[in-house]
Design a protein around this ligand. Sequence first.
Ligand SMILES: [Zn+2]
Ligand SMILES: [Zn+2]
Length: 339
Amino acid sequence: MQKVIVTGECQAKLVEVADPQPREDWALVKVMVTPMCTEYKVYRSGQRVEYLGHEAVGEVVAVAQPCRVKVGDRVVVQPQYPCGKCERCLEGDYIYCENTYNFAAFTGSREGSATYAQYVLKPSWLLSPIPADVSWEHAGVALCGLGPSFGAFEATGLAALDTVLITGLGPVGLGAVVNARFRAARVIAVDAVPWRGERALQMGAALVLDPRDPATPARIRELTGGAGVDCALDCSGTVEAQRLCIDATRRRGRVAFVGECSDQLHLTVSNDMIRKGLTLIGNSHYNLAHYAGIMQVIRQSPLIDLLISHVMPMRDVAKAFDLQISGQCAKILLKPCAV
Ligand SMILES: [Zn+2]
Ligand SMILES: [Zn+2]
């Protein structure tokens, strides 16, 4: 099969490797769509990486034994290789599993563990069925496109009477706008890239503010009758935006974080949490029980085609990475098997 490797700074190419083989209750999936996520950071840094990607949708083409899927099934390939046995896995929160498989030890090779490739291997319980009326492309946003914000909005109970602040309008933040609009919440968004702000406005955000403008916090307060937003979601993974989310949220409001960074946010528990009665939530991806809800958004929201800005063959991966770095895009979908 073909897969993508990063060979140097802003250099990526396709290479031919052995096809992976399923064993036990794992299935082999032919990848129809690889949604691009944070892998461009590796491409930009030039770190040589041979296994890229954690998002895929595709068709089951082989199983080793009877399992939860059969050949021909169309599936969303959930990320990671959780154990399937611990309490977190059993309750659907497998994303927090602490006993993940050693993929190479289990399968005998690392091929099949990365989604920037024509085939992937996955335990069959992590292959979620795609309804017949949902296209490969639309199914591609059931991972990090809509997933993190869906999980966060379930946790914060975002509802129609709420105003939500969304900081960061990359694919995750634009996915958050889709989810927030589906729940009929009013959206105030923050991002410095005009292309992204424009896309959020097309999706129905009430307003997009520039994080570099010192008047932005006061403007948010003004837009919420002086109180602050009911709910905030940081999708940017920057300390400045994390701070803005806490400061811009009203007393007794809810703040969720889905954007990651290694920098430290300074938090004063008394002022930031106790005296404001704030609820702070960290969220990664979504509980498997939310999959049906995400599919409902995909089938019923008129905004899904705005969340997918580009569909490209996998051989154009370098061009796609460059586009991600430019910020002039929403979710980009690669097609590994396109001819
Ligand atoms: Zn587990
Ligand atoms: Zn992702």
